[in-house]
Design a protein. Structure first.
Length: 192
């Protein structure tokens, strides 16, 4: 409130000095006609010019400053609006990429569970064929074959789990790279 008062006060004082300077300059020509103040006519002209130029400069500078502040504020508002628009675009792109990543991860997990079902049913297992032929006369050794098949199934499941974790890691890395490139392109599009 007080700054407005002084800002307005100085503006009106500068305007008054400008008008007084012009008036003093004009009166200096008539002062040459009066012998009492004729000696001060040159001083009145110089003083009037200084007051007119100084007051005019402050008045013009003050209005120019206000105009420049208004232009700067408009430019800042425009740039802020552009930044908010870019933020919305980037947030939407990241949301879409996250949804695609979630969908791909779910597909990999579904594929892993389907593979586990195939392993449990016995459809997938290590091949048992061996190029070395055993003599048919030798007897078979007694052992628990169910433990062997169970450990074989667990080994196949572990391999499938490792492969699925690798697929998920690769999918996440590719999604991260795509998000980074998308954000970089969006930000660099505004920089010229």
């Amino acid at each position: 409130m007080i700054s407005w008062f002084f800002e307005g006060l100085f503006y009106y004082l500068a305007l008054l000095a400008f008008i007084a300077g012009l008036a003093l300059y004009g009166v200096s020509y008539f002062a040459k006609l009066l012998p009492v103040i004729a000696a001060y006519a040159l001083m009145m002209q110089i003083g009037g010019m200084v007051m007119a130029v100084g007051g005019g400069y402050f008045v013009a500078d003050h209005k120019g400053y206000e105009r420049r502040v208004a232009e700067d504020k408009a430019e800042i508002d425009r740039l802020n609006a552009e930044a908010r628009e870019k933020e919305v675009q980037m947030a939407q792109a990241i949301k879409e990429k996250t949804a695609a990543l979630r969908k791909a991860t779910n597909a990999i997990n579904q594929k892993q569970s389907d593979t586990f079902k195939r392993i449990d049913s016995g459809e997938l297992r290590f091949p048992t064929s061996c190029p070395v032929q055993a003599d048919s006369s030798t007897g078979t050794t007694g052992g628990n074959s169910s433990n062997g098949t169970e450990s074989e199934r667990q080994a196949v499941k572990d391999i499938v789990t490792i492969a699925a974790e690798g697929d998920i890691a690769i999918t996440r890395l590719n999604a991260c790279i795509a998000q980074y490139n998308n954000v970089r392109e969006t930000i660099n599009a505004g920089v010229k």
